[in-house]
Design a protein around this ligand. Sequence first.
Ligand code: ADP
Ligand code: MG
Length: 733
Amino acid sequence: MDRLPHRNQRTFTNTIPDSKPSTNAGLQTPLRYLQGIGPKRAEQLAGIGLLTVEDLLYHLPFRYEDRRRIKKIAAAVVGREESFVGRLVALQKRFNPRRRAQMLTGRLADDSGVMGLVWYRAPGFLANRLAAGQILLVHGKVEAGAGGERHIAHPEFEVLEAEDTADLAKIVPVYLRPASVSLTLMRKWANQAVAGYAGHLPSCLPRSTMERLKLLDLPSALRDLHGPAANADLAALNDFSSSAHRTIIFDELFYLQLGLGLRKNNNRARAGIALPRQRTERLARMNHLLPFRLTGAQKRVLDEIFADMESSAVMQRLIQGDVGAGKTMVAWYASLRVIDNGYQAVWMAPTELLAEQHFRNLKPYADGLNVRAALVTGSLPSKERKAALELATSGAAHLVLGTHALIQEGVEIPRMALGVIDEQHRFGVVQRLALQRLTGKSSNASLETSAPHMLLMSATPIPRSLALVLYGDLDVSILDELPPGRTPISTKVYGEKARREVYALVLEQLRRGHQAFIVYPLVEASEQLQLVRDATQMAEKMRAGAFKEFGVGLVHGRMAAAERDEVMRDFRDGELGVLVSTTVIEVGIDIPNATVMVIEHAERFGLSQLHQLRGRVGRGAAAGHCLLINRAPGNPLAAQRLRVMEKQHDGFKIAEADLAQRGPGEFLGTRQSGLGDFRLANLARDARLLLEARREAQVWLQNDPNLESSESIQMKEILMQRWAQRLQLGTVG
Ligand code: ADP
Ligand code: MG
């Protein structure tokens, strides 16, 4: 802070109104004000996401090097990474025109011998720091040079002040860093940040928990991680299991769980609309209309839902199930319970197409049961749309189906007692809450004071650890059984060269009257154009060639939504045999006649996404085929990853593999990653600590549900600072 000009300091405190100087003074200081950093360096650091002192404090080493054993030069072993201390006795700088860089050679001497040091390409800052006569601590891999003399190429080094080597033996942190910044500098800055600011970091965990799990306070943990003691456990440091690591991880997970727990408590505290079991006329009749029998899992989940509905608290339940497990039918039964009791159920789907699909599929049952259903979408002719809205807002429609347009327009649904969100990962917390608020002013007393029950359906199975993070404030039901008679979709990976074979297979299915999807990955904008061109070309070729007679549709990310829906509808109605798509097609779309899914650039998809996609085919009686085209033949890892798809058909197992391989950020894609972003915690690796954190947070909230005790005050402050916004704690609490 000593370089921070007074004027700037005032500006800075003004722009961060929330920060309490007493608890986190200076943590938000921009890095350019740190001694030795300055604007240019700060920009380089910003390039790897480090903006503030706090960022730097949490920029933890990804590896530690053992330099506790400083060897005599005479004892150097070729091929090993070793550390030496000696005097730089000769230094030559030469410009190497061929490499267009400065080459630096030196010799390091101790009382046992001499070795060479060489930098083939030495940046200016490095050359400037070295001078003959300096005492250096060097570290690197010993190599045998010409004439048998040992040397180290591109050693790491520290210039030492004195010849005293007593406290040199260290475990040294290795950081991710900008290319132009040396490790030595990164270490220096990190240490500076720790020395100056770690103490300001608000730190508060339940004391008993800290003792039991042997955790530290945050400042000590950061001190240990940036500058481990010489006697620290190197292996633990390197696999992120040291007390210091566990402290940071636990702290992150604990506060998230505390926030989720708080939100859950707040939700629970609200009364729900009690829907007694006695009123079940339609439910009973539905059992006779159903062309199949509910699976055991469907029945179990329904029991869980009905138990929620009978209790006085409002339901917040997520159904997780594999593709095709039959989530829709569960939601339909749940809706009937609501309708039987004289209320309305409102379903929200991410696209019009999905809303329409639900409407069509449920219509026969609705008609048979005297259930009035209203579909409210933007593409309806305005007269029909008005009529549908009228049904919904007058309370006459028992079932209202729509998209997020429902909440955007602030429609009031007077007797709403259940909100269903399909493909909930496409929506955020805000939308979930907004749907729940659609229930309007009503003469019904119980609706005045209580909130509608909420049922969320997830598009794809996710691992338990991730579910606890993303949905820690929900009750989760798992639909872990597929309806009987499903044959697994035969899946095979092909190389680019086998394209003919792939097309032959597609053609065969088309000739039998089936339909095919050809999907391209969703890519970044910069690449999008190329892929659109690719896909367009492919569609053109197909139209002109072998697939001519079957009709080939194309949807891509640069089309207007309405236009895209139009093509999708044609495909759904069987007017097109092949659908080429550069955007990930709606995961919930159900086209029983489609039997082939070709996925281009399969190596770019996550396994769970692939599993989702292949779930689009083989939904009818005919067997489904999924053909994965691997366009990265040189990448053995990709091939190995894709092979999982050939053998594994359990969505939950695939999700676990996917999370382990890609990490939560990638796994989740864009929308909900806000909750999966941790500084250090890794949900695949830290699942056990997550469970601990969850339990501890629950216990804490049991004793102090609103975080009001004197012990909880600081905790609440930390919680709000970190999560209030992302968890919408303000709105809920
Ligand atoms: P998802 O869980 O992926 O949303 P759906 O609800 O779309 O799956 O159901 C997939 C298909 O399975 C639908 O055609 C549905 O009618 C059918 N289905 C649902 N439950 C059963 C069951 N118990 N037995 C047989 N088929 C079922
Ligand atoms: Mg579905």
